[in-house]
Design a binder for this molecule. Structure first.
Ligand code: PDD
Length: 285
C-alpha cells in the first residue's frame, strides 16, 4: 500500500482527497520535484529543494516548509513506503480558493502533496550491459518559461506521447532556430571528439539536477572536457554519442535518433566513463 503525505499528515493514497477547486487541478498552478533515492539515500536533495524554492518564488507561492522540514517529511515518507529505488515526488500547488478565478487568490494555504514512485535501479555502468535509447525529434512547442518546474506539463506530455506513438523512449526537442533545447522529460547532451556538450540552461530548458551534477562531477574530475553552449540539430545528428538525463533515468545513452544510428550504433565509451564517475560521486550532492 502506498502512503502519501497531504497537507498535514501521512495517509494511504486512497484516503488522500483534494478539493476540486484546488488550483493545481484547475490551472496546473503549482511546482513539483522528483528526487531519486537508492536504498534510502537521496541524490541531490539540496539542489532539488533549492530548485523547488526558486520555482515557488518565481510563481509567488510562499514556501510553507523549511529545508529541514522537507528533509524530515522525505525521510518519513521513505520509511513508510517499501522499495529500494524510489523517486520522491513533491508537489506544492497554490491551494484551493472558493471560486475559479485566474488571479492569484490571497489567504489560501498551498496544498502540499508527496508520494513515492518506483524508479529503475541505476543502470549498469557497463557499455555491454546498457541498452541504448531510441529517440525521435520534433520542434519544441512548449512555453517560454521552461526553467520553471511547473505541474502544468501538457506541453511535455504531448511531446512525450508523440515519441511514444513512434515507439521512441524519448523525444528530443529543438527551437525555431534548429537548436537543441532538451527532451520531453529529460535534458540532453552530445559528445563530439571526446568533448561533452550540453545546451545552456536558459528559459528554454529545465535546469536539471542530473545535468548539474554531471557537469560538476566532470569538471571536478577533469579527464573529460565539457562545454555548455548552443547545440545545433546538425551537431546532434553528427554526434559520436547522445545522452538524455533525468532523476529517474540518470544518464541514458541514445543509440538511435529518428531511426538513424548515433555514432557506431553502440553505447559510447565517453558515456561509460561519465556514468562511472557519476555513480561514484552522485551521493556527494
Ligand atoms: N523530469 N527536462 C524536463 C522537461 C524534465 O521533465 C526533467 C525531469 C528534466 C531532468 O531534470 P532532473 O535531472 O532534475 O530530473 C529535464 C522528471 C523526472 C519528471 O517529470 O518525472
Amino acid at each position: 500500500m502506498s502512503i502519501v503525505f497531504l497537507n498535514d499528515g501521512f495517509m494511504p493514497i486512497e484516503e488522500a482527497k483534494i478539493s476540486p477547486l484546488d488550483r493545481g487541478f484547475l490551472f496546473g498552478d503549482g511546482i513539483y520535484e522528483v528526487i531519486p533515492t537508492y536504498n534510502g539515500k537521496a541524490v541531490g536533495l539540496e539542489p532539488h529543494m533549492q530548485r523547488m524554492f526558486d520555482g515557488l518564488a518565481a510563481i509567488g507561492i510562499k514556501s510553507t516548509k523549511t529545508l529541514a522540514e522537507w528533509r524530515e517529511l522525505i525521510e518519513q515518507l521513505l520509511e513508510a513506503n517499501e522499495g529500494d529505488y524510489l523517486g520522491v515526488y513533491l508537489q506544492v500547488s497554490r491551494g484551493a480558493d472558493v471560486k475559479r478565478y485566474h488571479a492569484y487568490p490571497e489567504n489560501v494555504e498551498p496544498t502540499i502533496f508527496a508520494m513515492t514512485t518506483a524508479i529503475k535501479p541505476a543502470i549498469a555502468a557497463d557499455a555491454s550491459a546498457a541498452k541504448g535509447f531510441s529517440v525521435s525529434t520534433t520542434e519544441d512547442m512548449r512555453w517560454k518559461r521552461c526553467q520553471i518546474k511547473s505541474t502544468a506539463l501538457l506541453g511535455n506530455v504531448m511531446h512525450f506521447q508523440q515519441g511514444y506513438e513512434n515507439g521512441s523512449d524519448e523525444i528530443l526537442l529543438y527551437n525555431e532556430n534548429n537548436f537543441l533545447t532538451e527532451a520531453s522529460s529529460s535534458n540532453a547532451f552530445i559528445v563530439k571528439d571526446g568533448v561533452v556538450i550540453t545546451p545552456i540552461a536558459d528559459n528554454q530548458i529545465l535546469p536539471g539536477i542530473t545535468r548539474k551534477l554531471i557537469l560538476d562531477i566532470l569538471e571536478k574530475d577533469g579527464s573529460i572536457p565539457v562545454e555548455v553552449r548552443n547545440v545545433s540539430m546538425e551537431e546532434v545528428f553528427n554526434a559520436d554519442e547522445v545522452w538524455v538525463t533525468s532523476s529517474s533515468k540518470e544518464i541514458a545513452p541514445v543509440t538511435s535518433i529518428d531511426g538513424k544510428v548515433v555514432g557506431d550504433g553502440k553505447v559510447g565509451q565517453v558515456w561509460e566513463a561519465a556514468f562511472k564517475l557519476y555513480t561514484a560521486h552522485k551521493y556527494e550532492y
